[in-house]
Ligand binder design. Structure first.
Ligand code: ADP
Ligand code: MG
Length: 650
């Protein structure tokens, strides 16, 4: 006699049922030789399935020793048990337990996937088995397109794909009609003749009669053990062994398989997958576009400010910005400008005055803002000449009536004029002025609003319009050697001395820039915080749906474990699914954000919403990370399910 392939010593299996303990197997000892065909019979509740589950390493005994081919099973960890199930056992269930989302052929291939067999060989093997079992033409069908008998043949093919020294069948004919049942038994008999060990659980005496050994259970004990035929064939089946899914290629193959499974699962629940994604899509789209918009508006504001010119400060009359009386305050005068001009640290002084009047040209008339400025005003303000020339220091000194118009004025009066107005005489109120130049429209800065502006020497404006010596402002260009802040202090001291009071305010472009930068940064931080919250909510949505998905697919998980999936395989499958959902959602969110950015760029001129590869990459990684982070808990829960518990869930 050879060594037994299966050897049970004093096996006891108890179940806690409420306060009481049910003893399903009671001090059971049994050994089975390789190549035997054994039927286990007994009434319902006698412990047959419990025994079979222990034999198949789906369940562990409460006490007693179980050896498979001499190896003590109680010393094996979850993965080693999975390996045993994968490579030594083949399970056939009463209810076939095929995965409904997969084709017959794909169902057959599952154990080979976990064993690390490459795709081509898997396919060949699965097709050959289906052929042999008489369902060769049904490989592409889904289980619900097959009859019960056909499904059971597919499940036998699945049991055989990894070789299966030992076939464990729990009521394999229980759900079949007589004829199909007969055919399944014929197949089992044939497998037995090949040298496989066959263990069939049945309550049907006719079925049991096909075996060579019948073991009868009652209340978890063996009450009879009869041999009805000759012992098994002399030459037991040789076990096929391959790399068993270990190593690089095996792991990669399983990852590919997990991704395929995740896609299949998502395809089977499209709406749900989409709704799950929606949270991520919205979150990522919101984060990306808000960050990009924030950057764009900050860039725009800063560029607008820098168009105001650098290293300049402007002094206005009034106690504070927005002083309602500022227009009436006449304290800032030309003498102040002259005094400032004498300071060494000031490179240029431009007094400004302004008034509004009407402008007339050949019967057209419009309101206009008349700005009286110095010759260096344009340079300090960063204005660009579009046509003609600017007026010079002589023009200012000589109070000449030379006008530089802005682009709005040109458009209003000289749209059709070849000269753009250069050399024409316009009437500002009652004062005729000759146009010498046109300055270009400047985004955000110069002449960006709809008003018309005309620039004259300030001396001319004072002489012809405002009279008096009061100024609207004094624009100062600070020499490069001195910091703006220092200059500002010096100007403050000087003017306070001259006025005996502080009746002016100073606008420093650096200050504005700093204020705006820090404001937008604060805003960006706030928005980012909100966006992060929305992403967390999206992630919780993913987790929630994955938990639902896991509990919906518990029996699938059970089947996968029964055919040899490792915990890591199950973990991977669900993790990949969560990650795929999130990353696809992330990609969709990025696309939406980019489209939104393009739309804004088209709709709002001067706004430059752009996405760097870095920010796109970051958004994508974030979505993927969310999938991994929030998918982990559900996936782990699936991976740590008890195989029997999972299998028995219907
Ligand atoms: P059979 O397959 O012969 O019908 P089982 O092996 O399924 O019998 O069950 C044997 C006994 O163990 C029964 O009394 C059953 O109620 C009990 N039992 C089986 N599984 C569990 C379980 N998970 N929890 C509690 N009791 C169980
Ligand atoms: Mg049973």
């Amino acid at each position: 006699m050879t060594d037994p392939i299966i050897d049970l010593q004093n096996i006891r299996r108890e179940f806690a049922a409420g306060d009481t303990i049910v003893v399903a197997l009671d001090d059971l000892s049994l050994s089975i030789q390789p190549g035997e065909m054994v039927a286990i019979i007994g009434q319902s509740g006698s412990g047959k399935s419990t025994l079979l589950n222990i034999l198949g390493c789906l369940d562990r005994p409460t006490s007693g020793a179980y050896r498979v081919a001499g190896k003590n099973v109680s010393e094996l960890d979850a993965d080693a048990l999975a390996a045993l199930r994968r490579e030594h056992f083949g399970f056939i269930f009463q209810r076939y337990n095929l995965l409904g989302d997969l084709t017959a052929a794909a169902n057959v291939e599952i154990p080979a996937v976990y064993a690390g067999l490459n795709a081509r060989e898997r396919r060949t093997r699965a097709n050959a088995l289906l052929e042999r079992l008489g369902v060769g033409t049904r490989g592409g069908h889904r289980p619900n397109q097959l009859s019960g008998g056909q499904q059971q043949r597919v499940s036998i093919a699945r049991a055989l794909i990894n070789g299966a020294e030992v076939i464990l069948a729990d009521e394999p004919t229980g759900a079949l009609d007589r004829r199909s049942g007969e055919e399944v038994l014929k197949i089992l008999k044939e497998l037995h003749r090949e040298g496989r060990t066959i263990i069939i659980v049945t309550h049907d005496a006719d079925v049991a009669a096909r075996a060579e050994r019948i073991i009868e259970l009652r209340d978890g004990k063996i009450v009879s053990d009869r041999r009805t035929g000759t012992a098994g064939v002399s030459e037991p089946v040789a076990r096929t062994a391959w790399d068993s899914g270990a190593g690089w290629t095996g792991a990669l193959g399983r990852l590919r398989e997990a991704s395929r499974m995740a896609l299949v699962a998502m395809a089977a629940h499209r709406l749900r997958a989409f709704l799950t994604m929606l949270g991520i899509i919205i979150g990522i789209a919101a984060v990306s576009s808000v960050v990009a918009l924030g950057n764009a508006s900050q860039r725009k504001v800063l560029s607008d400010i820098s168009s105001l010119g650098t290293n300049t400060i402007e002094v206005f009359p009034g106690k504070d910005f927005g002083d309602a009386r500022a227009g009436k305050i006449k304290t800032l005068v030309l003498d102040d400008a002259r005094a400032l001009d004498r300071q060494g640290f000031i490179a240029g002084v431009t007094p400004t005055v302004s008034t509004s009047t009407t402008v007339r040209y050949r019967g057209n008339e419009s309101n206009v803002l008349v700005n009286g400025v110095g010759e260096s005003y344009f340079q300090v303000k960063g204005a660009k000449l579009a046509k003609g020339r600017l007026f010079d220091a002589d023009a200012v000194r000589n109070i000449e009536r030379q006008a530089v118009i802005d682009d709005n004025t040109r458009k209003t009066f000289f749209a059709d004029d070849q000269t753009s107005g250069i050399g024409r005489v316009i009437w500002l109120g009652k004062v005729p002025c000759r146009i010498v130049g046109v300055i270009a429209q400047q985004q955000g800065g110069f002449g960006s609003n709809q008003n018309l502006s005309v620039y004259l020497p300030y001396t001319t404006v004072q002489a012809q319009f405002t009279g008096g010596r009061a100024l609207r402002s004094i624009l100062l260009r600070i020499s490069d050697e001195i910091s703006t802040n220092l200059a500002q202090d010096a100007v403050t001291t000087l003017l306070t001395q001259r006025h005996n009071t502080r009746d002016f305010v100073i606008l420093n472009t650096d200050d504005i820039r700093r204020t705006i930068t820090s404001t937008t940064q604060t805003l960006a931080f706030l928005v980012a915080a909100i966006a992060v919250i929305s992403l967390v909510v999206g992630g919780i949505g993913v987790m929630n749906i994955m938990l639902v998905s896991v509990s919906e697919r518990i029996s699938e998980i059970g089947v996968r474990m029964a055919v040899g999936a490792r915990r890591s395989d199950i973990l991977q499958q669900f993790l990949v699914e969560a990650t795929l959902i999130s990353s696809i959602g992330g990609i969709a969110g990025i696309l939406i954000a980019v489209l939104l950015g393009v739309a804004i760029n088209v709709a709002v001129p001067g706004f430059e919403v752009s996405y760097s590869p870095f920010s796109i990459g970051a958004a994508f990684l974030t979505s993927t990370g969310i999938g991994i982070a929030f998918g982990f808990f559900p996936a782990r829960r699936a991976a740590f399910l008890d195989p029997v518990v999972a299998l028995s869930r219907d």
